[in-house]
Design a protein around this ligand. Sequence first.
Ligand code: PMP
Length: 426
Amino acid sequence: MSRNETLWKEALKYLPGGVNSPARACCPVGVEPIFAVRGRGSRIWDADDREYVDYVCSWGALLLGHAHPKIVESVASAASRGASFGLPTPEETELAKRVARMVPSVEKVRLVSSGTEATMSAVRLARGVTGRDKILKFEGCYHGHVDSLLVKAGSGALTLALPGTPGVPREHVAQTLTAPYNDLGAVQEIMDREGADVACIIVEPVAGNMGVVPPKEGFLEGLRRMAADCGALLIFDEVITGFRLGKGGYQELCGVTPDITTLGKALGAGLPVGAFGARAEIMDRLAPDGPIYQAGTLSGNPLAVAGGLAGMREIERDGFHEDLDERARILEEGLVEAISSSSIDATVNRVGSMLTMFFTERKVDGYAAALNADTETFGAFFKAMRARGVNLPPSQFEAWFVSSAHTEEDMEKTVDAVRSVLSEIT
Ligand code: PMP
């Protein structure tokens, strides 16, 4: 038995499903997961010392690749000074200042420890500010495992075909309205009917959790207008897109400014940091200044903040995103070429450094089109790619993430593998 197999048997005894987060389990693609032992740049090594080019990149958190020396140094130095105090630290303000400088909608920010905490708190803030209970989200968008946000959620819930989940009270589900992503007409209908009760519209400005689906032209502008017309707040969940698609997230690129922004993943450079931010007038409604309660023992944790700060310093460099996007563009071009010289029906959606290869002949412009993809073929593809040393997210409905550590050689290796796998699984 390989070391990976032995570790998996042991994990299954003590962790439900063998994992601490369902998307890692690989059951949708019919294989056992590999165990990560170490990573460096674009590469990871498993427990059997096999090397892979990695496009999971901690589900988007590793914008700079694995074990970036500046991040390692910053975290180690923070650890040597103390892991946590439960007192304010100077670095928290420094990180908040950088976020406010970079993200257009943010004047003040509160740090939390995960994307889920960020969206949960943002929704509470929106409800507290508006005095309304209902929220509107989009089918196939995922905003963490918050009760009211798990309705028709993407990511692992979509992969495992769990459109709802036991354990979420019916009253929470009743407060959550859903519309198809990219369908402004449907949103207008809902807002005409229920707008006066809606606290917020929450959206991934570029969907990443049904696979990558870019917003149609005018979609985000339309949401901005409809939210304002009804006195609801617009929340951009930029947990994936924040700092990845641009220094100021996707809002900077599309020119639409939400009321509240949620952040995570890249913000912590692989350490557990989330955040939510908004104009001061909204953020000042939080306790202790205002009545809306939100708190956390480890919020703004020194190690996590040290990782985040080191990461921010790197991505603030001129040309960082142009260079990153160029690497992803080269990969996309190679994938498109490999698909067109095969007999497989597939299409690639890319926005900046996030992309998905969908096994369908149709253009994927929303949830229904994403669901049309052939998950069985994806499973065969995933397995064969892993056997060739390329680690992809184990689901058709996830984004592949390119980091600044990925090289042209990585892209070549990946595209060569795709070419031979596509001919093998035909
Ligand atoms: N929002 C989005 C857009 C996400 O992709 C995720 C996680 N994939 C979350 C929120 C939740 O973040 P976390 O897993 O850190 O709780």
